[in-house]
Design a binder for this molecule. Structure first.
Ligand SMILES: Nc1ncnc2c1ncn2[C@@H]1O[C@H](COP(=O)(O)OP(=O)(O)O)[C@@H](O)[C@H]1O
Ligand code: SF4
Ligand SMILES: [Mg+2]
Length: 339
């Protein structure tokens, strides 16, 4: 079998804060095959963005990647030089964020920004780059694309900016797109349009995607598999349909109860009680224990390992200790990594 397009192994990223070391990403492992979409799900503060930024080597002080491997097409990105990473970013791996204004340069027109990206990555120059920019904007569903090229980011609506970001992201025909909460700032209609567009891009371009979201509701329409993160760790991973139908981890089940079920108006929406733990003073044992309706005595003693249930299903919960065949993956014991 060919190597996955992206394989993250035992990734650990810490921040030095005045209160102490914060382990934002703690032994995370993920794989994405070519053309596949993996959703990374979890409440705010669980370490999703730091995982994405670590993959792209965009962690700045006081943060640092302490340990791990980020194998992209078999090569470890954590060992690449700064120059090599700049070529990979925006080239073979593209990223879009929740807030396009944080990435788009306010002083450059849309045309300049797309053309610049095409030029840096040596895809096209001059007139060819301009024509290509028009085609890209049209492909992203932007009306009057030629005129739009002259616009500046602040002249565009939120939905249009997100489309321009996607146009820039796909301009260099990346193999992997990392989309960090790309629709969170948009209203429901625009959210659906942008997700449709992402689906279309995936189909047409065979793009693999890491879709980061706190909203399990949007995951099912768009992803093949999902990894659920809680307090810096992956607590469940599964093909999306199975995760939705039969969540194994009590946290995943809780997240699912927070979203309306399609065709099930009888199922009440219930938020998970409590909040994510303080990442500097994590509870001993299972990090979800203080909020878990199924908590058992020994849950509070040691972090549960990630159990491999077969069929690409993993779960970090003692409920499955007896029923599982083997432990798996990086950091199988669930012991916290050192900062
Ligand atoms: N620059 C930073 N300095 C200190 N702590 C940070 C920094 N960036 C993120 N964190 C912390 O890392 C944890 C994970 O954050 P993040 O990955 O942004 O969460 P998510 O994207 O899941 O909402 C949080 O506890 C957050 O406060
Ligand atoms: S290990 Fe225990 S506390 Fe943690 S999720 Fe499973 S049952 Fe709940
Ligand atoms: Mg985030």
């Amino acid at each position: 079998m060919a190597a996955p397009l992206l394989e993250v192994r035992d990734l650990n990223t810490c921040f030095s804060t005045y209160r102490g070391q914060l382990r934002a990403v703690d032994g995370v492992g993920l794989t994405i095959e070519r053309g596949e979409t993996l959703a990374l799900v979890g409440e705010s503060g669980c370490g999703k963005s730091v995982t994405a930024l670590s993959i792209m080597r965009l962690i700045r002080r006081p943060g640092r990647i302490v340990r791990g491997e980020v194998l992209f097409a078999g090569e470890d990105l954590l060992r690449k030089s700064g120059g090599e990473m700049r070529r990979i970013r925006g080239g073979r791996i593209a990223m879009v964020f929740q807030d396009p204004l944080s990435t788009l340069n306010p002083t450059f027109s849309v045309e300049n920004q797309i053309v610049e990206s095409l030029r840096i990555h040596r895809v096209a120059r001059g007139k060819e780059a301009r024509e290509r920019s028009v085609q890209l904007l049209e492909a992203m569903g932007i009306p009057a694309a030629r005129e739009r090229l002259r616009s500046y980011p602040h002249e565009l609506s939120g939905g249009m900016r997100q489309r321009v970001m996607l146009a820039i992201a796909v301009s260099c025909e990346p193999e992997l797109l990392i989309a960090d909460e790309p629709t969170t700032a948009l209203d429901v209609t625009l959210q659906a349009q942008i997700l449709d567009l992402l689906g279309q891009i995936k189909e047409e371009r065979g793009l693999a995607t890491l879709l980061i979201t706190h909203d399990l509701g949007i995951v099912s329409q768009f992803s093949d598999r999902a990894a659920v993160m809680y307090a810096g760790q992956v607590v469940e991973e599964a093909p999306v349909a199975e995760l939705m139908e039969d969540p194994l981890h009590p946290y995943t089940a809780g997240l699912l109860r927070c979203v309306p079920r399609l065709g099930r108006p009888d199922v009440p929406i219930r938020p998970i009680e409590g909040s994510v733990p303080d990442m500097i003073a994590l509870p001993p044992g299972c990090r979800f224990a203080p909020r878990c309706p199924e908590v058992m005595e020994h849950c509070r003693e040691a972090v549960p390992p990630l159990y491999d249930r077969g069929g690409r299903r993993m779960v970090r919960c003692y409920i499955y200790r007896q029923r599982s065949f083997r432990q798996s993956g990086a950091n199988p014991t669930g012991r916290p990594g050192a900062c």
